[in-house]
Structure formats: structure tokens, C-alpha cells
Design a protein around this ligand. Structure first.
Ligand code: TYD
Length: 219
């Protein structure tokens, strides 16, 4: 059976990743893959309820971390692991790198504690219960925080994170850069400052380079 593929989308708010996820799903379906489109926090009824709390209720950094990982655990157990075990492609809008970037770099939460929670939350699941479940590829939409803030200013009502000052997003952006440096094979940096078409082309090239679009027209 075809092996499952787990691809995550990351970047600061306003980097524009969300609009490209559906396009990648279409391309992968065109290559004959079954695709699950999902997001974090969220992706299950329980995790979507936790998302509402995380995005709109005031809480301290530890509470934020515990809710993010509780939502993630439920999402992995109910959705991500079963789909991967069946050989499907899972496209997830944000995953654990967001916790390291937002709660770790952004809020200053202890990195070693995050690493331990990552191991706990991502172990013991299909398809390889003895390993920590980790994305096969992380598409990192990288955009200078000032440019992202400009894009966000034209968007809808901001949530609790989107209301943060520029300095917060500068820390979050450095957090992503740090995670990318630690896992250069897993991360593909997408220059999100370019035009929409060029951003899409970079994304498809990163996926194609790994052989996951082989059946697609022109792939
Ligand atoms: P986002 O993914 O940007 O969704 P939308 O496009 O609907 O705004 O919103 C999720 C927010 O949650 C985003 O600001 C980042 C934050 N977040 C964390 O702080 N920690 C996490 O672990 C995750 C997954 C997200």
C-alpha cells in the first residue's frame, strides 16, 4: 500500500498560507491521492471547541500550551494517525511548529517542556507507534512581520494572537526560523513576499521534489 504523507503549513499570521492549501489538495488529488484537509488548533469536534477557547479567552502561557497539545492529541488520535495508516495524504494548516513559534518564541514558554509535551502528544499512534509522529514536510510561508501586519490590517476582525504587537510576530518569525534550522530536511521555506502564482509554484516544487506529485499532469 502507498505510504501516508503528512504535510504541514506554517508561518506567522498574514503570511497567506491558508489560501494555498486547497490548491495543493487539488494537485495531489489530481495525482490520484486521497487527501485529508485539516487544521490546528482544531480538526475534531473536541479540538474545534478548544480552538475557540484558545483564540478568544484570556489565559496564561501554560494554559495555552496545555490546550494546544490537548487539541493536538485528540486530532492525531481521531484524524491524522488513522488517515496516515490508510496511506492518505494529510494537509494540516499549522501543527507543533506553531506551538514552538507562538508559545515558545512568542510568549517565552520553556522549550524543553514543549519538547517533552511534543514527544508525549505525538507518540503511541499509528502508523508507527514506537516513533514520534512528525510531519514529512513543513511548508514554511516566510514573510517579514511588517509586511504580514499590513496584509492583516485589511483582513477581518483579529483574534487574540492577531492582536499582538509587531514585536511579538518578530519573535514568532525567529521561532520559525529556529525550528527550520533544526530540521532543514523537513522544512521547505516558501518566500511568501512573492506574488500568488510564484508562491504556489514554490509550494508545488517542494512537494514534487519529494515525489508526491508524480502522477500529476506535467509532474
Ligand atoms: P490561523 O491558523 O492563523 O487560522 P486563521 O487563518 O483562521 O486565523 O489561527 C490560529 C492561531 O492560533 C494563530 O494565530 C496561531 C495560533 N496558534 C498557537 O498560538 N499555537 C498553536 O499551537 C497553534 C496550532 C496555533
Amino acid at each position: 500500500m502507498t505510504a501516508g504523507v503528512f504535510i504541514t503549513f506554517e508561518g506567522i499570521d498574514g503570511a497567506g498560507k491558508s489560501s494555498h492549501i486547497a490548491a495543493l489538495a487539488d494537485a495531489l488529488r489530481g495525482a490520484g491521492r486521497t487527501v485529508v484537509l485539516t487544521r490546528e488548533p482544531g480538526g475534531t469536534p473536541l479540538a474545534e471547541r478548544l480552538r475557540e477557547l484558545l483564540l478568544h479567552e484570556r489565559m496564561d502561557a501554560l494554559t495555552e500550551v496545555l490546550l494546544a497539545f490537548a487539541a493536538r492529541r485528540d486530532h492525531i488520535v481521531q484524524v491524522i494517525a488513522p488517515a496516515l495508516a490508510q496511506g492518505q495524504v494529510v494537509l494540516c494548516d499549522r501543527f507543533t511548529d506553531a506551538t514552538f513559534a507562538y508559545q515558545g518564541a512568542g510568549r517565552g514558554f520553556d522549550r524543553a517542556a514543549l519538547s517533552y509535551l511534543e514527544l508525549l502528544a505525538q507518540s503511541g499512534c499509528a502508523p508507527e507507534p514506537e516513533l514520534m509522529l512528525t510531519p514529512d514536510l513543513t511548508l514554511w510561508f516566510d514573510l517579514p512581520p511588517a509586511a504580514a501586519a499590513q496584509r492583516l490590517a485589511q483582513a477581518r476582525a483579529p483574534d487574540r494572537f492577531e492582536q499582538q504587537p509587531l514585536a511579538f510576530f518578530e519573535r514568532v518569525a525567529r521561532g520559525y526560523a529556529g525550528r527550520a534550522a533544526e530540521a532543514p530536511r523537513r522544512f521547505a521555506r516558501i518566500d511568501a513576499a512573492l506574488g500568488r502564482e510564484q508562491v504556489a509554484a514554490q509550494m508545488l516544487a517542494a512537494v514534487r521534489a519529494r515525489g508526491w506529485l508524480a502522477g500529476a499532469a506535467g509532474g
